[in-house]
Design a protein around this ligand. Structure first.
Ligand SMILES: N[C@@H](CCC(=O)N[C@@H](CS)C(=O)NCC(=O)O)C(=O)O
Length: 218
């Protein structure tokens, strides 16, 4: 049995979409386990016993926990290659992993500096500065992803929906929360709107109860 611990709107959306795509391709289902991050459920002893890092996503396979998006997605792809969530050929896969790693180790932590600036500086003034610098960087990361979306055919890796597309959708939503108007990234927005209409993506959006348009003027 496969279980996914996820936080609505969080980065766990990436394996969530993957599991929906696997369900569509193979009929293999999974147990969704929502974790309310805003209520601090990730710090409850029951959850920490499964994932001492206190983070989502967490995949549990036959009782065995696995954390970290890239490891989880690599496992899911190797378990169900027929879903085509990562390329099968050696070089294309390496390129996909390069983009995936950049998203996970650079774009994602940049947003963390905006959303949780209190974890990176003590005084309010220093936190505001951290946030301001991270916002600029996040915008430039989104522009780079827009450049990729301009070449999407129709997905970032070609003709198949992948984990990379799900991560790209998450970042545009987060951009809205950070005060980045998606209308200022029109190609990226149109690509995300197309993604959101795909059955596995729409199913994950519906289960998480999230909306795409999160833009708030800052
Ligand atoms: N490197 C981790 C990052 C996971 C992560 O940052 N998860 C966030 C949600 S996007 C989280 O659980 N935050 C809860 C918290 O910080 O308390 C991964 O790839 O899984």
């Amino acid at each position: 049995m496969i279980e996914l611990y996820y936080g609505p709107g969080a980065c766990s959306f990436v394996p969530h979409v993957g599991l929906e795509a696997i369900k569509a391709a193979t009929g293999e289902g999974f147990e969704p386990r929502p974790v309310k991050l805003h209520k601090g459920e990730q710090h409850l002893p029951e959850y920490l016993a499964l994932n001492p890092l206190g983070l989502v996503p967490l995949l549990v396979v036959d009782g065995k926990p696995l954390s970290q998006i890239i490891a989880i997605c690599d496992y899911l792809d190797r378990r169900c290659p027929q879903a085509g969530l990562l390329p099968a050929t050696l070089w294309q896969r390496a390129e996909a992993m390069s983009t995936f790693a950049w998203m996970n180790n650079t774009v994602h932590p940049t947003f963390t500096h905006i959303f949780r600036s209190q974890n990176f500086a003590e005084s309010e003034a220093a936190q505001a500065e951290v946030k301001q610098i991270a916002q600029k960087k996040f915008r430039s990361h989104l522009e780079r992803i827009q450049g990729m979306a301009e070449k999407a055919a129709p997905y970032l890796l070609g003709d198949k929906l992948s984990f990379i597309d799900a991560y790209a959708l998450v970042f545009l939503r987060w951009g809205g929360l950070a005060g980045i108007d998606p209308a200022s990234l029109p190609t990226y927005k149109a690509y995300v709107d197309r993604l959101a209409a795909m059955a596995p993506v729409a199913a994950a959006i519906a289960r998480e109860g999230i909306k795409l348009d999160t833009y708030q003027v800052k």
